[in-house]
Design a protein around this ligand. Structure first.
Ligand SMILES: O=C(O)C(=O)C[C@]1(C(=O)O)C=C[C@@H](O)C=C1
Length: 365
């Protein structure tokens, strides 16, 4: 009497099919890697091409037939490109450390796993590492959707000789973690000041009266919580993994859309990818209407502004304030409308520095 194939038979057949597919995928990836290696030999100028990488990831996410979600497709191809790029040129990427910070997560999200990642003690050190050539690229936080600008990064952008070649938007999920201390026995909470602020309401509700201590980074907070009894840290999953902590409460940020934007620094900016941003800095005389008149060319040329931030120029506090403006616009500096707007601003501003054009964060595009 004929019997239906058992579920086990089906499983074995499917695994055989997967094995055959994996062999084909590996052959194709190897062929792709050989092409990338050859491109590296014939390419003039920079090996790392952020605009090309953004185009590849966007196209594949658009063409994705499913069932994998677009983010998963991007993650897989990000790693394939990361490994291909490493064949052409091994990269070193500096980030605001120590190991386990959100800056490290942003750097790995952007460059994949292949580079050597170098934790730096401060934002200044990340800039210095790239400027001195000790690192090929650097990743620094620049703004958070809850807490606003990262002042030190803005200050360093004023004087750096490097350019911006990318941005990374990272959903920042904060977690309360301890060695093994339960919530009601926690006597102290460590975290970076920005993270403490992002979890202010949760802390008031769940740990009222427990002292909070701001430290240099979330990862340092995790190190302390791993060394001190009855101490907790607020940090990302990567810090819990790096320092062997247990997550007691996940996603404790007050704003469920809490996002940090990071910038990628390097010797060069990026070519046009089709969806780009350009970052500029300019100074303005402190007189009525000066800012409005400087921004007028953007409106007249139809260029959208995605960010406008002002900061007092150091040393001008007492004798009359002077301001420096940080502006991001949609488009590449080689787009005709952006180029026209920039040259009109340059003609009028006290000074104008173009930090660079780069692809809009691929996670958002
Ligand atoms: O197209 C190139 O220029 C390549 O070097 C290939 C490749 C890729 O793997 O697709 C690798 C590295 C570059 O950053 C961009 C793309």
């Amino acid at each position: 009497m004929a019997t239906d194939p058992s579920p086990n038979d089906e499983l074995l057949k499917l695994r055989d099919a997967i094995d055959a597919i994996d062999t084909q995928v590996l052959q194709l990836i190897s062929e792709r890697a050989r092409h990338a290696h050859r491109i590296g030999e014939i390419k003039q100028g920079n090996i790392y091409r952020p605009e090309r990488e953004a185009q590849v990831l966007r196209r594949l996410a658009d063409d994705n037939p499913g069932p994998l979600p677009p983010q998963a497709v991007k993650t897989v191809f990000r790693e394939i490109m990361s490994a291909c790029l490493a064949l052409e040129q091994p990269l070193t990427v500096a980030f605001l450390g120590p190991v386990g910070t959100f800056s490290e997560s942003a750097a790995r999200r952007h460059f994949g796993a292949a580079p050597t990642f170098q934790p730096m003690a401060t934002i200044d050190d990340v800039f210095r590492a790239v400027e001195s050539g000790n690192a090929s690229y650097g990743v620094v936080p620049v703004e958070n959707s809850t807490e606003g600008a990262v002042g030190r990064t803005l200050d360093m952008l004023l004087s750096t000789t490097q350019m911006l070649c990318g941005e990374v938007m990272l959903r920042v999920e904060q977690n309360l973690m301890t060695r093994d201390t339960p919530l009601n026995e926690i006597r102290c909470v460590y975290s970076h000041a920005q993270s403490l602020a992002q979890c202010h309401e949760w802390l008031n509700r769940n740990l009222p009266g427990v002292p909070v201590v701001a430290v240099a980074s979330n990862a340092e907070a995790a190190i302390r919580a791993s060394e001190e009894e009855r101490a907790a840290a607020i940090a990302g999953q990567a810090a819990a993994d790096a320092y062997g902590l247990k997550i007691l409460a996940a996603n404790i940020e007050d704003d469920p859309a809490n996002t940090t934007r990071f910038l990628v620094l390097g010797e060069h900016d990026a070519g046009p990818s089709g969806r780009d941003k350009t970052s500029i800095i300019f100074t303005v005389q402190n007189k009525a209407g000066a800012v409005v008149s400087l921004l007028q060319p953007l409106a007249e040329e139809g260029v959208s502004m995605t960010k406008l931030q002002s900061r007092p120029v150091r040393g001008f506090g007492s004798g009359g304030w002077q301001y420096v403006f940080y502006v991001d616009v949609e488009g590449h500096q080689h787009d005709p409308a952006v180029a026209r707007a920039l040259s009109r601003i340059r003609a009028e501003a006290g000074s104008l520095k173009v930090l660079g054009s780069y692809p809009v964060s691929v996670n958002n595009s």
